[in-house]
Design a protein around this ligand. Sequence first.
Ligand code: 5GP
Ligand code: MN
Ligand code: MN
Length: 329
Amino acid sequence: MRKYQSLLNSLEKYDSFLLTTHVNPDGDAVGSLLGLKYILQSYADEIDLVVEDSVPEYLSFLSGTEDIYLSDELANTERKTDYDLVFVVDCGDLERIGKVADLIPEGNKIINIDHHDDNQEYGSYNYVDSTVSSAGELVYDLAVELGANFKKDFGMAIAAAIITDTGNFKFSNTTPKAHRIIADMLELGIDTKRIIKEVYQRESYGGLKLKGKVLSDLKLAGDRNIAWASVSQQDLDLFEVDWEDTEGLVNSIRGVKGVEVGVLFKEVAEEKIRVSFRSNEYFAVNEFAHQFEGGGHPRAAGCTVMAPLAEAEERVISKLESELGVKNQ
Ligand code: 5GP
Ligand code: MN
Ligand code: MN
């Protein structure tokens, strides 16, 4: 079955595309964006890739990242913004594209390609499948349906999306198909080892020290089934690091024996706390995050709490304790 048939029928009619994804883009967001660009190139005269926040340094080895615009940058150029089609990848909620929304004229056709099960279906076309590993896998399917020739850059982008969103094949979203796509990429000579090296085996000195400090303050809550920690602005200053140096930390926190939910609080501004949730077996963290206007996947979700750090910790952990307690009875 060709799932993209409706899109394929109309693709030839359009010439200019805007491609975007969620704020603070991760490997799936960036890989899907780049992969999509490579397959749409033969259809469009103009393709702009635009994101609110810059691509993390650990993904800058992917070719094409240097051409991704920041929304503030594009807003200050003379480039026209009346695109024929807007593609949004790896984004369950249109609000999560941030300021890129200001570049999209009212009534513009949006193509929503995503794998979050709480996707709001905000597109004119919605290609949402929460059974796949990553948005990158959906972009790969589109490439197959278009009969695209897989070139190295496309392969690296899709492999980066799949490898990062499955935590290098460790998370519960790892499917046989995710492995098969990577196997195909290996046969094509794609250097997946490079992706693993750049993403997982190249920690900055300050970043590793920061993780050491944060983990030395790790706390248990509930029936010792919640583990949590926080990173303050002061911590970042102390080790002269950036938020991207906290990547992966919440996964270590979830890994504590006996723990169902791992939580990491990040003080991104004085009264703005980004919260990351990860669970192991049964607790749907996306449903929990909805109560704080967040969302995500059942085993990986997030939200933002507008409060001082200590207050955000108290509000989230006490609620989590009561909900996990109820589920355990
Ligand atoms: P992370 O903890 O890595 O920032 O996010 C984990 C997952 O939750 C990702 O799939 C991400 O898209 C989703 N997520 C994180 N924060 C939010 C949020 O504020 N709203 C929604 N809808 N999803 C989020
Ligand atoms: Mn993502
Ligand atoms: Mn994803």
